[in-house]
Write a protein that binds this ligand. Structure first.
Ligand SMILES: [Zn+2]
Length: 424
């Protein structure tokens, strides 16, 4: 008996609540998350959930049954139900709850508590509610039926956005495109005449475009230089690499924030200090981020200092390697577990923007030290992230060459025929 491969495309839309800041955030879809590819394994269900771990019950929504009623029936406390509906409202349309729709509940084998709930508005799309250590995550996903490989090319006249012909995937493509090449190219300087090519997957559900899949390859001609990024995934290695197999990403983020924050004061070795009224170097960059904005470690490293440091206020200092150290000042508080000696990962929250120490207002002073000397964080040449190791080099070159070939073919039919050879 042949069981079709079921590919679950998980579009994670996590709504996080930040302390001191009620802004809700959407994480970018987890592209690097491994798609759950399910074969005829008995221990996983159609939603990619390990069935050994739960007692599973299937139900259908009854007449006049709201999410509230439904969750109450499954044993959730009114407080938890309220929090769940609040979060759910931001992600899904609760009005689309209809009698007859299926839902499936997963109860812990240990304490019989509800751990997961899957609601199927129709046979194609499903919404997963997961409760993990008191934390709720809601995601929407689909049984992807069809995946198409697309290649577009364009010339920039007004903006990258306008130059992308695929209207369905346009906004997402711009975002991912610029994320991938953000380390090499300042996307605010793209100009008329720059050209690009993108090779990517599109996912279809029920014959309709559902979501953007992976971007497999990128090519950008900018100011007379050509930039490439090839997606490569083998073993634990998963990312974008240039022609030579160097990662296009850096081992350090450009700024210590998830989103762009405005720079209020630049790196300046001869700055007039407005508080002290004398000239003294400004050995970093100040970001005018809102109070309470999470501050991220720009790279993996070890915390050298995390304490109150007089004029610096609450300061965190991180050593990334023998060359680079970064500092973060004026934090209102430190993130949980951040103290001297602990290891941090790139992107980990280390503290929150505040106005402790000698400052005129709320801001983050961010400094980069290269071999102990302050350098301009905005212009310093940062080291590359992991490159393709020797043992994968020939595999990478093969993928790269096939992607190049696909990038340069003329029409969609040829792309379809190359599709098979690109499958991992
Ligand atoms: Zn500063």
């Amino acid at each position: 008996m042949k069981k079709a491969l079921l590919v679950l495309l998980v579009l994670l839309i996590t709504v996080q609540c930040r302390q001191n800041n009620t802004k809700t955030t959407k994480t970018t879809p987890k592209r690097n998350a491994q798609p759950v590819v399910q074969t005829a394994s008995l221990s996983y269900d159609n939603f990619g959930i390990n069935t050994d771990k739960y007692h599973i019950r299937n139900y259908r929504i009854k007449k006049n049954q709201s999410l509230y009623v439904l969750l109450k029936k499954l044993g959730l406390s009114p407080k938890k139900i309220l929090a769940t509906s609040r979060k759910a409202k931001k992600i899904i349309n609760l009005q689309s709850f209809r009698p007859g729709q299926k839902y499936r509940a997963y109860f812990s084998k240990k304490n019989k508590k509800l751990k997961k709930l899957i609601w199927e508005p129709n046979g194609l799309i499903f919404v997963t509610f997961s409760w993990n250590n008191g934390k709720l995550q809601i995601s929407r996903a689909a049984h992807v039926e069809n995946e198409k490989l697309k290649r577009i090319s364009g010339t920039i006249h007004a903006s990258l956005y306008n130059a992308i012909s695929d209207q369905q995937a346009r906004a997402q493509l711009v975002k991912i495109f610029s994320n991938i090449l953000a380390w090499q190219v300042d996307f605010t300087t793209l100009r008329k005449g720059d050209t690009f090519k993108i090779l990517y997957e599109k996912n279809y559900v029920g014959g309709q475009y559902y979501d953007l899949g992976k971007i497999l390859a990128l090519k950008l001609n900018h100011k007379g230089k050509t930039y490439y990024a090839y997606h490569f995934h083998k073993g634990k290695l998963n990312g974008y690499f240039d022609k030579h197999g160097n990662s296009v990403q850096k081992s350090m983020l450009k700024t210590p924030f998830k989103y762009d924050e405005r720079i209020s004061s630049r790196f300046n070795p001869h700055r007039f200090n407005p508080v002290l009224h004398r000239y003294m170097p400004h050995n970093g960059v100040d970001f005018a981020a809102p109070y309470g904005t999470p501050v991220l470690s720009v790279g993996n490293g070890r915390v050298l200092e995390a304490h109150y440091g007089g004029p610096a206020g609450n300061i965190v200092k991180i050593r990334h390697n023998s060359t680079f150290t970064t500092v973060y000042m004026h934090l209102c508080r430190f993130a949980h577990g951040i103290h001297r000696g602990v290891h941090v990962k790139q992107g980990q929250v280390i503290g929150y923007v505040g106005h402790t120490g000698r400052v005129t207002g709320t801001n983050l002073h961010y400094g980069v030290y290269k071999n102990g000397k302050p350098v301009n964080p905005m212009t310093v040449n940062l080291p590359s992230a992991k490159s393709i190791p020797k043992k994968y080099m020939s595999a990478f070159k093969e993928v790269r060459d096939r992607l190049n070939q696909t990038l340069s073919v003329k029409n969609q039919n040829n792309i379809d025929s190359l599709r098979a050879s690109l499958a991992p």
